[in-house]
Design a protein around this ligand. Structure first.
Ligand SMILES: *Cc1c(COP(=O)(O)O)cnc(C)c1O
Length: 356
């Protein structure tokens, strides 16, 4: 159990309300694992289709030392959130988008994915089984982590004979502790992805290679790393776990999803919201020079939602950007969180009510 998981009672909740909540200090939630009661597990065996899947107690799983995921990294993950609304409903944000992204990733890694319907249904079941762990309105969200991993034994490099589709959850608060903007370091040495590689899918193999860069940057006081394209080293791509936008005048620009950056669902959503309020949104190569001359920079991803960038450091240059009340990033953040938490009615079909 994470240290913040226990509290004798929460002064904010009446005793009746307390019964519907797990014993968590909701005001102290971070982006860290707080194990919940249940997880979902389904298996696929070569030549068969995905098993129906079941909700089982959350806990360790047993796999062969020769499993495809352990030896060759054959695995994908997803990330989405469930929210509790003021009127007591539990909702998901665009879960079918995660289901579709898993299909594309599975194809790239030669795995058979669960159908999009099974994916969304499994997410619903997992959240409902853990509904005590969905934070009270405004206190955070239940982060949902689906995995599709090669669990069958395979000695030579090949696709594993068995895959496991597993979903676990954890209540989470803010991804970055500081409430101020991000201080990004441009990494001109390591590359995250290359043309023809797996940068465009949520392959487990994409994340440990960025750790060296991330650890170095964090030890020098930066919040995260911004990677450049491998082909030219002149264009910005994305951060270790989120997408990037720049603002100049009336134009919001973000790098294109041509295989080296992850096609973020938050990225797609924010592009649409920015267009709705009259900004021109361009998906195109964005050079490091343009980044340095932008008025605002911000990042998007499920875990952090939308975060303004305060400074970017590249070589000996340190650029400061507009943040705060008047910034577009603040406006877009509010638009999106109001939709996600149910404060504002959403007419785009983005919120899926799973409590009824
Ligand atoms: C998950 C992820 C994102 C953000 O995608 P969302 O769908 O918005 O959560 C961006 N970049 C990388 C590398 C990621 O892994």
């Amino acid at each position: 159990m994470a240290p913040c998981a226990h509290s004798s009672s929460s002064p904010l909740l009446t005793s009746k309300e307390e019964e519907k909540y797990a014993d968590v200090k909701w005001d102290e939630l971070e982006f860290a694992l707080v194990p919940t009661d249940y997880m979902y597990v389904a298996k696929y065996k070569q030549g068969e289709s995905f098993s129906e899947g079941e909700i089982v107690p959350y806990g360790d799983i047993s796999i062969s030392p020769c499993a495809g995921i352990l030896n060759y990294g054959q695995g994908l993950f997803e990330g989405l959130k469930a929210y509790r609304t003021e009127d007591g409903r539990i909702t998901l944000f665009r879960p079918e988008e995660n289901a579709l992204r898993m299909q594309i990733g599975a194809d790239r890694l030669c795995m058979t994915p669960p159908s999009p319907d099974q994916f969304v249904e499994a997410v619903k079941q997992t959240v409902l089984a853990n509904n005590k762990w969905v934070p009270p309105p405004g206190k955070g969200a239940l982060y949902i982590r689906p995995l599709l991993i090669g669990t069958g034994a395979i000695l030579g490099v090949a696709s594993a004979p068995e895959y496991t589709f597993l979903i676990y959850t954890s209540p989470v608060g803010n991804y970055h502790k500081a409430s101020s903007g991000l201080n990004l370091k441009v990494d001109d040495k390591h590359r995250r992805a290359h043309s023809g590689g797996t940068g465009g899918v949520k392959s487990c193999t994409n994340y440990s290679p960025v750790l060296k860069s991330l650890v170095e940057a964090k030890s020098s006081g930066f919040s995260d790393v911004l990677f450049l394209d491998a082909a030219t080293g002149k264009n910005i791509e994305e951060i270790s776990t989120c997408n990037i936008f720049i603002l100049k005048g009336n134009i919001v620009s973000t790098p294109p999803t041509s295989g080296t950056i992850l096609p973020g669902i938050t990225r797609k959503t924010i592009s649409e919201l920015a267009r709705d309020i009259g900004y021109q949104v361009q998906e195109r190569d964005v050079s490091i020079d343009e980044l340095l001359e932008a008025e605002e920079v911000f990042c998007t991803g499920t875990a952090m939602v939308l975060k303004a960038v305060d400074t970017v450091t590249f070589d000996d240059k340190n650029i400061k950007y507009k943040t705060g009340e008047e910034a577009l990033s603040t406006k877009l953040h509010l638009m999106l969180t109001n939709i996600q938490t149910g404060v504002v009615e959403n007419n785009k079909g983005w919120m899926v009510d799973i409590s009824s």
